[in-house]
Design a protein around this ligand. Structure first.
Ligand code: URA
Length: 441
């Protein structure tokens, strides 16, 4: 009943009720532009409760949204906060975003790398979502790193060093900040309209000229097959281009974790390796593939050479250091080997000799959440030590008793739960495994 009451800036919505709007969704009646605005703004300003919003999200998750509704939803999310403009700067303003995966640390490598190659990168990134870990949660494991900067400071950082990585704030896409956190704990993530609104509102608000989207496909992604992924990719492209942004959509494999380390702080460590030219091949392959699209948009004729020289002459890592300093992070902490050392760990051994056929990447992502690397409740505090190191990937040979993965965190009871479910994570036999090209297109 309370939710029917007028809100100061919602006088015209007096007759709306979240329940009726949700019923319209469940019965397949399209929502009007005003109804979508009412729901999104009402939840953002607190006049619609978590429970009512959850019902609406679940209805949309189940029934989807029309094209027009998705555009309305995205625009309302965008209009919930401020938008930026970097046209006064001398450089191509570009960003990269991923739909999320396990071990996906590409943004942490690519943002400084692109800035080191002359791009302007105002990146608004996400926290953990569902079984995937977020760029912001990972960056916040660097002692002192502030992701909730004011708009002014974000803008100053971008103007000064060409790059900054923040979370959605009270000023930029506040609607996404609240709705994202609720989707995370209500199993309403893998929905094309909700993903589109979430991603594109943040990206359009950044005032970018170019966008590279990494749409992850596979068992450990929200998009399980290429046709689902293409439906999302096309939607993201269309919305971006409507706002005058050059959009490159890349489809990459998520049937196994990216890199060797997945989790929280361990992904910062692996990202630093990448920025120093010592990163795992699969991570670097995706970094270069996505980076190439951004630099081509910028007009660079030799994008690969540009990126490699920025890595090998130290400029890319130097840019990362500049980001950490600009966000009040403690640089010395990146050097101490003892930072975020987990207090408990467990190694999973292969039960047989053979070739790795498949890896339950979704279960691995969920295991990180279980270890404390994600949120089960909105208020959960992240354990920076949570994660795993994977030693064997699909197509690699393994001996019986050989360690295939090691889990770690700092709460024994959490680790015990993961140990209980660790039996069927890897399928091993002597067949030729299915091929999973890392770069699909
Ligand atoms: N990344 C986002 O920012 N939002 C989503 O909904 C999914 C991935």
């Amino acid at each position: 009943m309370e939710e029917l009451l007028s809100h100061p800036d919602q006088e015209t919505h007096l007759n709306f009720s979240p329940k009726e709007i949700t019923t319209k969704v469940t019965t397949g009646i399209p929502l009007t532009t005003e109804e979508i605005a009412y729901i999104v703004n009402g939840y953002t300003n607190g006049s619609i409760s978590d429970d009512s919003m959850t019902d609406w999200l679940k209805a949309v998750f189940e029934k989807g949204m029309s094209h027009r509704e998705t555009l309305d939803y995205t625009r309302t999310m965008l209009d919930s906060g401020a938008t930026l403009n970097f046209n006064h700067l001398n450089g191509f303003v570009v960003d990269k975003h991923s739909t999320g995966g396990v071990g996906d640390k590409i943004s942490i490598v690519l943002a400084p790398l692109l800035a080191a190659c002359g791009c302007i990168v105002p990146m608004i990134a996400g926290r953990g979502l569902g079984h995937t870990q977020g760029t912001i949660d990972k960056l916040e494991t660097i002692p002192g790193y502030k992701a909730d900067l004011s708009l002014d400071t974000f803008q100053q950082n971008v103007e000064k060093i060409g790059v900054s990585i923040i979370a959605q704030t009270g000023q930029i896409c506040p609607a996404d900040r609240k709705i994202y956190a609720l989707r995370d704990i209500t199993n309403t993530v893998a929905s094309n309209p909700l993903i589109c609104g979430s991603i594109m509102s943040k990206k359009i608000a950044e005032g970018i000229q170019g966008l590279v989207m990494d749409v992850k496909v596979g068992q450990g992604a929200f998009m399980k097959n290429i046709s689902q992924a293409k439906a999302l990719g096309n939607l993201l492209q269309e919305v971006g281009e409507l706002y005058g942004i050059k959009v490159a959509i890349c489809y990459t494999d998520m049937n196994q974790p990216l890199g060797k380390k997945s989790g929280l702080f361990n992904e910062i460590e692996e990202s630093i390796d990448c920025l120093k030219g010592e990163g795992p091949d699969d991570v670097m392959k995706v970094v270069y593939h996505l980076g190439k699209q951004a630099l081509l948009q910028q007009g660079d004729r030799n994008p690969l050479d540009t990126m490699k020289s920025a890595i090998y002459n130290g400029r890319a890592f130097e840019k990362f250091r500049e980001i950490v300093i600009a966000h009040d992070g403690d640089l010395t902490s990146l050097k101490t080997k003892s930072l975020h050392t987990p207090t408990c760990q467990f190694s999973v051994k292969s039960p047989e000799t053979g070739v790795i056929q498949s890896i339950d990447t979704l279960a691995l992502g969920k295991a990180i959440v279980q270890l404390g690397g994600g949120r089960i409740q909105k208020t959960d505090v992240i354990d920076p030590t949570a994660g795993f190191t994977i030693y064997k990937k699909i197509g690699e040979s393994v001996e019986e008793g050989e360690v295939v993965i090691e889990f770690y965190c700092s709460t024994n009871s959490k680790l015990e739960k993961v140990i209980k479910d660790s039996n069927d994570l890897f399928r091993v036999n002597n067949e030729t495994p299915p091929e999973h090209p890392l770069i699909i297109s």
